[in-house]
Design a protein around this ligand. Structure first.
Ligand code: FES
Length: 88
């Protein structure tokens, strides 16, 4: 949620994640934490999913919806959009 992420749509991504988690009935099982800049501004917005340790780049509301449905719901990360993996 640093300035570059926000400039590139982080607020909309966050709202989509919250909405989709609720729609999927997962909001009680997934905790969302906003961070400051993670120094990957050119690839922003960044979304990290832990404990999987997967960092996504250039997240959009459309991708955020897919992230919840595929990664969170089914355990299938969106491979094409992974920036890096840093296991917990
Ligand atoms: S503002 Fe998001 S990575 Fe820098």
């Amino acid at each position: 949620m640093g300035s570059s992420c926000q400039k590139n749509g982080a607020d909309e991504v966050l709202e989509t994640l919250k909405h989709e988690l609720k729609e999927e009935g997962l909001h009680k099982h997934v905790h969302i934490t906003k961070t400051h800049c993670n120094h990957l501004c050119k690839q922003s917005p960044i979304v990290m999913v832990y404990p999987d340790g997967i960092w996504y780049e250039e997240m959009t509301p459309k991708l955020a919806k897919k992230l919840v449905q595929e990664h969170i719901r089914k355990g299938k990360p969106l491979k094409k959009h992974i920036l890096r993996t840093i296991p917990y």
